[in-house]
Design a protein around this ligand. Sequence first.
Ligand code: SAM
Length: 190
Amino acid sequence: MQAEHPAQRYGKVYVLRIGHRPERDKRITTHVGLVARAFGANGFILADVCDDHVMSSLKKVLERWGGAMDLLCGVSGKSYVREWKKGGGEVIHLTMYGLHVDDVIESIRSSPKPKLIVVGAEKVPPFYYEEATYNVAIGNQPHSEVAALAIFLDRLYRGEELRLEFPNAKVKIIPSARGKKVVSLEKHPK
Ligand code: SAM
């Protein structure tokens, strides 16, 4: 039996990546998308730009390892935030200047409203601080959008997301104490 997706209890969760610079952020933005998927988000939006390298890497992982995450790129980040709020959703901007995650996570979790998690790159425009329903710090020290997103989602879902089974996966890992065990889930005709 497949585990219930935590989003069924905590509402839809999308990740909005802003400030992506195709010439230098391909790897880290891909990692933001991979964390979004692996840690239970339902959507990943690359704002203001499309980067085929990032989007095709994420699509390949979804095809092989499963999952039903929505992918979108090139939409205006600011318009996306405004529309999300108009549609009744909340915006959670991850920033080291925000409120400590432990002081707001209960209130975020207890709301059934869709959640848009915004993560930045180099310099985040004041718009996102002002429009956010919550500015949330994963500790008040500078680190990384990848770490911040992973820890935020893990706190939101209380660690349950690490047991998620991904629909439509072609392969699956069998946890082993040593070595690598990967099984194919594809149905081969007899
Ligand atoms: N100095 C930049 C700014 O204007 O906010 C932050 C740059 S940081 C390399 C890139 C992103 O990582 C930030 O936009 C934020 O989303 C995330 N981040 C880094 N440290 C964080 C922390 N302590 N708490 C929450 N998010 C953090």
